[in-house]
Design a protein around this ligand. Sequence first.
Ligand SMILES: [Zn+2]
Ligand SMILES: [Zn+2]
Length: 99
Amino acid sequence: MGEIAEMMLEGILCEGCGELIDEDGVGHPQRCSSCDMSPRTLRSVKRVVGRERQAERHNRERRAAARLRKPFECHCGKLCRTERGLEAHKRDKHGAGGW
Ligand SMILES: [Zn+2]
Ligand SMILES: [Zn+2]
């Protein structure tokens, strides 16, 4: 048996197009995502989407928490704990006189 066929049987290469999927192999033939949207592939796609949604929500919560601690917000999105801090930031980043 050829080496490529063997790698396809191990799931290292896609059995459809021969593209490298997993260098370690999974022990059975598999296809790359562009060849086959198998239920398994779909599941992992959903998992990735779910993770991204979770990260997004996490970021929003973090932002909300930061806003509580730092209620002074610059127009650029920078949060400051004190009004003085905000003024200093504006002077630093946006030039004298704020904006
Ligand atoms: Zn393929
Ligand atoms: Zn700013």
